[in-house]
Ligand binder design. Structure first.
Ligand SMILES: [Zn+2]
Length: 347
């Protein structure tokens, strides 16, 4: 039997769920994203909930750590499988504003046993008793987090596996847990696949740019950006930073979200950064944000063209982290093609 695995946009899911014979729906998390398009996060939640009404026979695989996602289990007839991370992922994490600090049922502030990132973690409401469900697919221990991969213990319905996740960051630990038990794929096959997975362009793939090793990491919302900041903060040695902020439709035209990103955590380490480059349509807003985060303003270089930016990145051997918004990533990719052999990206 053939299965298709489809990644679906929240807003599109509301409609496509009427036509697709969905066996299993995985909902990983709900964060504020593209505010101008989706509005507040409860709108995103409503779109998914509407979609679920079309697929009452589908199994829902829900992230137990996300109080918003978990609320989808309330008042639906579907079978539920919970996945989650039972322990903190990082020792020190970026200071984050929670996207969901208050109980979705009664508006009381949640209490947390621990958090993994953003509003994800062991939440419970002291007033109405709404709380995190015990996951059947659970990350029980984070053995190691590195710039390129993580090692975890994953409990799959009682079978514990040591898993190498060949992608960096806490969000990929969640992605692994979310997809660990895909219909029609053997447990062992899935576990092996995590160790061999290669990331796509814009997902931290490393490449050579002039004299430097560079990594490109797509940033599009506070939660994701804070994960990238965690990654840089846990790295050591000198490096260059390049921020590329656009405000085109696919980026979200409202860029106020950058004020909710913990750039202060990076500013605290600014002696490590040999260059702080800013580019993109909204470069000035980005520079201003970095200034208020505590970066020495004279060190922030606003660069208007990607060509100049890439020249600056490749000028010496200090490794670089490139952090573009969505459309900036595609524009940058075109420019990188002229600077380096990036055939690997397209294969
Ligand atoms: Zn409550």
């Amino acid at each position: 039997m053939t299965h298709a695995l489809i990644e679906c946009d929240e807003a599109a899911f509301r409609k496509t769920s009427e036509y697709l014979p969905v066996e299993c729906l995985v909902v990983n998390n709900i964060f504020r994203d593209q505010l101008d398009r989706f509005g507040e996060i409860t709108h995103t939640l409503h779109a998914i909930r509407d979609g679920i009404t079309h697929i009452p026979d589908a199994t829902l695989c829900l992230n137990a750590d996300c109080s918003l996602t978990a609320s989808l289990a309330l008042q639906v007839p579907n079978k539920i499988v919970w996945f989650g991370v039972n322990v903190p992922i990082y020792e020190n994490t970026a200071q984050e504003l929670s996207d969901a600090p208050y109980c979705i049922r009664c508006k009381t502030e949640y209490q947390y046993d621990y958090t993994t990132y953003g509003h994800l973690g062991g939440f419970s409401c002291p007033h109405c008793g709404y709380l995190r469900q015990e996951p059947q697919v659970a990350v029980t221990q984070v053995l190691k987090t590195g710039p390129d991969s993580s090692d975890i213990l994953l409990d799959l319905f009682g079978h514990v596996h040591e898993v190498h996740v060949n992608l960096q960051g806490g969000y990929n630990i969640y992605n692994a847990a979310a997809t660990a038990r895909i219909i029609g794929i053997k447990e062992e096959t899935a576990i092996t696949a995590f160790g061999q997975f290669e990331c796509g362009f814009g997902r931290a793939k490393q490449f050579t740019l002039g004299q430097a090793q560079a990594r490109m990491m797509l940033v599009k919302n506070p939660a994701g950006f804070n994960q990238v900041i965690n990654l840089i903060s846990h790295d050591e040695g000198c490096c260059k930073l390049a921020f590329l902020l656009n405000d085109r439709f696919a980026d979200g035209t409202d860029i106020s979200w950058i004020w909710d990103v913990d750039f202060e955590a990076l500013a605290a380490q600014q002696a490590r950064f040999t260059c702080i480059l800013v580019s993109g349509v909204r470069a000035n807003d980005m520079a201003l944000r970095l200034k208020y985060a505590g970066f020495v303003f004279d060190r922030i270089e606003v660069i208007r063209t990607y060509e100049e930016l890439l020249d600056a990145v490749g000028a010496d051997e200090a490794p670089a982290f490139l952090m573009p918004s969505y459309t900036a990533m595609f524009e940058l990719r075109g420019e990188i093609r002229k600077h380096t052999d990036v055939k690997a990206f397209y294969e």
